[in-house]
Design a protein around this ligand. Structure first.
Ligand code: ATP
Length: 483
């Protein structure tokens, strides 16, 4: 186990806060939210010996990371799971007939199937007109739109046709015009899709978005001894409001939530109140001091965050205080092509590994495909590298770790290399049909902000022609440019 950290007074207050009801800990990147959650879990285990507790996160990578941090920093084993894994386990103890989760491509094909049935069999069908992205077929775009719309409907807890016909579609874009007649058809498809989930042999199961709703409805059937006394949720901004409600309805005594809306990179829009989280007065704590990154890294990240006008208008917006620890100014390298980018990455990894052999190097890229490519390039040079997405990948030991922007959230590395600052990669090509443009760009900026704030000591940004529009948004006075 590593030496314990000397927590600040404010952090200690969060750790020892009375374990009854809700506690919301919001804080900028590196302010110690995960550290506090684990210290609180250890504190509760120690002071309340017969208590049961559980740490929940949204992603498998983060759950894996939390488990490794537990083993490194605290003496008591703590149970950590993803929301979906835990929700499925809970559901098995209710009378709900299916627990197989239908997600990703399976879900998309079930929705396409529902759309085709409605289109063939219903007398009146009105599909909204979708602006077609280049290189993509209209049907593919329509299905993507329907998938997003159904996720939005379920995430917002809309459970009747009447409510859907009347509600303002907040957070959905205006590029797809959705009239009342379109909404009737979309709701027909939603009903057909739900029917398919309940009785079609290929798709029988539970939609990931319904899991939370059903957990809330069936919470009283879950045996008391299986309900944790205390639940602690890390990176809670990644969850839907209904998922938080479900967690809240199952935790017997307390719910502790760590979150930062500045790192909200999935499509979520809710207030804590919407999610049923009651946090007035001292039940809501805000941490503005970062312990992870150097002053130079935070200055660049803070300045870049200012470009996200949508987020800085948000009531939860919080600007990081500049840390006292100084370090190297971040570096930006412009590359004409992939070959040059490979060379830069290889040289940088070589230098860092020989100067700081015991450090972690995180290489962040847009897609898993790109990570596989980088792994091959670095493997050929004889550098041992690890893909963080792999089950049980060692995230915290020294070495070179490859990770996507999305999965890097919650993690940290001594040295970070950000790649894919290229048009069509970061930001991604275009919003999905029906997605709000400003919200899309806000999320894409947050992705880069999250990646930058993973770095503890040094940050290297690698841009490739045609450069990402974000390159121009980085303040030239706050990085050093190389070609
Ligand atoms: N009081 C402290 N003194 C020194 N180091 C600290 C303190 N609190 C946290 N740290 C360190 O700061 C780093 C960031 O902490 P942590 O990962 O808990 O932050 P976080 O708020 O969860 O970050 P993020 O939201 O970016 O994932 C860790 O290396 C942690 O050990």
């Amino acid at each position: 186990m590593s030496d314990p950290i000397e927590l600040t007074q404010k952090q200690k207050t969060c750790v020892t806060f009375k374990p009854e009801g809700d506690l919301l800990i919001q804080g900028i990147p590196g302010s110690g939210k995960s550290t506090i959650l684990l210290a609180r879990a250890a504190y509760l285990k120690e002071t309340l010996p017969n208590t049961s507790l559980l740490v929940l996160t949204y992603s498998r990578t983060l759950t894996n990371y939390v488990r490794q941090l537990c083993a490194k920093t605290i003496s008591k084993p703590i149970d950590a799971k993803t929301f979906h894994q835990w929700g499925q386990e809970m559901l098995e103890h209710t009378d709900y007939p299916h627990t197989r989760l239908i997600m990703g491509d399976n879900r998309k094909s079930a929705i396409r199937f529902a759309k085709n049935i409605v289109n063939k069999r219903y007398d009146t069908v009105h599909f909204p007109k979708i602006k077609v992205n280049s290189n993509s077929k209209t049907d593919k775009d329509l299905v993507q739109f329907l998938c997003d719309e159904i996720e939005w409907i379920k995430g917002a807890g809309i459970s009747s046709r009447k409510k859907y016909l009347e509600i303002a579609r907040v957070g959905r874009g205006t590029d797809v015009r959705v009239t009342k007649l379109h909404r009737e058809t979309i709701y027909d498809i939603l009903e057909k899709y739900n029917e398919i989930l309940s009785n079609h042999s290929n798709y029988q199961g539970i939609d990931g978005d319904d899991l939370a709703k059903i957990l809330v409805e069936k919470a009283n059937q879950i045996p008391e001894h299986l309900k944790p006394d205390h639940i602690l949720v890390d990176e809670a901004q990644d969850l839907h409001s209904l998922q938080l409600k479900a967690i809240s309805s199952i935790a017997k005594k307390s719910l502790t939530i760590g979150a930062d809306k500045g790192q909200q990179i999935f499509r979520r829009s809710f207030t804590w109140k919407d999610a049923g989280i009651k946090v007035l007065g001292s039940r809501s704590q805000l941490l503005k001091q970062t312990f992870r990154s150097t002053r130079e890294i935070i200055k660049l990240a803070n300045d870049f965050q200012q470009q996200d006008k949508k987020y800085i208008r948000d009531e939860d917006y919080c600007r990081a205080e500049e840390p006292k620890i100084n370090g190297k100014i971040p570096e930006l390298i412009l590359c004409p092509d992939q070959k040059k980018e490979d060379k830069i990455i290889i040289e940088h990894v070589k230098t860092v590994r020989s100067t700081y052999p015991d450090s972690t190097i995180g290489i962040i890229a847009h897609s898993n495909k790109k990570l596989e490519y980088l792994k091959k390039v670095l493997d050929e040079k004889g550098f041992p590298v690890y893909l963080v997405k792999e089950e049980n990948a060692d995230i915290i030991s020294p070495g070179v770790k490859l990770i996507t922007f999305q999965s890097s959230k919650g993690l940290e590395f001594d040295h970070v290399i950000i790649t894919d600052l290229k048009k069509g990669k970061v930001p991604y090509k275009a919003p999905s049909p029906g997605e709000d443009e400003e919200e899309f760009m806000s999320r894409e900026r947050k992705k880069l902000y999250v990646a930058m704030t993973r770095a503890k000591k040094t940050l290297l940004l690698v841009a490739q022609e045609e450069y990402s529009v974000f390159v121009d948004e980085l303040n030239k006075d706050l990085y050093c440019l190389n070609t």
